[in-house]
Design a protein around this ligand. Structure first.
Ligand code: NAD
Length: 258
C-alpha cells in the first residue's frame, strides 16, 4: 500500500491568510497527495487572496470563519458535514496576540491580552476538535496543531503567546487521551521560526531567525514546506501509532543547552 496516496481522504485546514501561511504549505501538500481540502480564512479582507491561492485545488471548499464566534464555527462544520460527509484530518494553524503583548517585560501581560490570546490560540483547537470528532472515522483520523518551543523555554518577547502554546500543547495531550479510544490521533508540530505575518508581529523576530540559522544543528532555518512534510507524515498511516506528541521541525534547535 502506498501510504502517501491519500486520495479519498478529506481535511479541514484552519488558518490560511496568505502565501506565507504555514496552513497554505500544509494544505498544498495535502491536496497534492490526493486529499480533498476545505480551508478557512478569518474574514473577507483576505478572501480574494485565499480564493486565488487555493482555486486550482480539486474540490476545494473555502470558508470564512472567525474562530471567536461559535456560530461561525458551527456553520463551518455544518457545511463540512453536508459537503464532505466525513473528515479525516483537522489541521489547526491559528494564533493571535496583540502586537503590544509580544514585546517588553513578561510581567506586563494584560488580563485582556491573556484572554484573547488563549481563546484564539488554544481554545480554538478544543472547539474545533469537539465538532470534528463526530465526523472522524475511527482509525483513519488525525488532528494536528502548530506550536513553538517558547511553551517550555523562555524566549524573549514571546510572553503571552508562550502561555497560549503551553495551554495548546497540554490540550494536545488531553485531546489525545480523550479521542484515542475513538481512533482519532492528536499531535502538534513545534516549528522553528518561519517568516509569516503572525511571526513578524513578535518583536525581534528577525534576530530570532538569524540565531536559529546560526546555532541550530542543521545551521539553517526551516521552511513552511518542511513543516508541511511533517504534517503529511503525522496525518498519514506512516504515523498510525503516534498520538499525544509534540514533534519538532526546527533543524534541531530545541536540543541545544546554550
Ligand atoms: P499566519 O499569520 O499565516 O497564520 C495565522 C492564522 O491565524 C491566520 O490565518 C489568521 O487569520 C488566523 N487567525 C488569527 N486570529 C483568528 C481568529 N480570531 N479567527 C480565525 N482565524 C484567526 O502565521 P503562521 O506563522 O502560518 O501561523 C500558523 C501557526 O503556526 C500558528 O499557530 C503559529 O503560532 C504557528 N507557528 C508559527 C511559527 C512561525 O515562526 N511562523 C513557528 C512555530 C509555530
Amino acid at each position: 500500500m502506498n501510504v502517501l496516496d491519500l486520495s479519498g481522504k478529506t481535511a479541514l485546514v484552519l488558518g490560511i491568510a496568505n502565501r506565507w501561511s504555514i496552513a497554505y504549505a500544509i494544505g498544498s501538500l495535502l491536496q497534492a497527495h490526493g486529499v480533498q481540502v476545505a480551508v478557512t480564512y478569518q474574514n473577507e479582507r483576505v478572501a480574494d487572496e485565499v480564493l486565488k491561492l487555493t482555486g486550482d485545488w480539486p474540490g476545494v471548499l473555502p470558508l470564512a470563519c472567525e474562530l471567536t464566534d461559535d456560530a461561525q464555527v458551527e456553520a463551518v462544520f455544518e457545511r463540512l458535514k453536508n459537503e464532505f460527509g466525513s473528515l479525516n484530518y483537522l489541521i489547526h494553524c491559528i494564533a493571535f496576540a496583540e502586537r503590544s503583548e509580544l514585546q517588553g517585560p513578561f510581567r506586563n501581560i494584560s488580563r485582556g491580552g491573556f484572554h484573547t490570546s488563549l481563546d484564539i490560540s488554544a481554545y480554538s483547537l478544543i472547539g474545533a476538535a469537539q465538532r470534528a470528532a463526530p465526523m472522524m472515522p475511527a482509525g483513519d483520523s488525525s488532528i494536528l496543531t502548530l506550536t513553538y518551543m517558547a511553551s517550555e523555554r523562555v524566549v524573549p518577547n514571546y510572553n503571552v503567546m508562550a502561555l497560549a502554546k503551553a495551554a495548546l500543547e497540554n490540550s494536545v495531550r488531553y485531546l489525545a487521551s480523550d479521542l484515542g479510544p475513538l481512533g482519532i490521533r492528536v499531535n502538534a508540530i513545534s516549528a522553528g521560526p518561519v517568516r509569516t505575518a503572525s511571526a513578524r508581529a513578535i518583536s525581534g523576530f528577525t534576530d530570532m531567525l538569524k540565531q536559529h540559522a546560526e546555532k541550530s544543528p542543521l545551521r539553517r532555518n526551516v521552511s513552511a514546506e518542511e513543516v508541511g512534510k511533517a504534517a503529511l507524515y503525522l496525518c498519514s498511516d506512516l504515523a498510525s501509532g503516534v498520538t499525544g506528541t509534540v514533534h519538532f521541525v526546527d533543524g534541531g534547535y530545541h536540543i541545544l543547552g546554550a
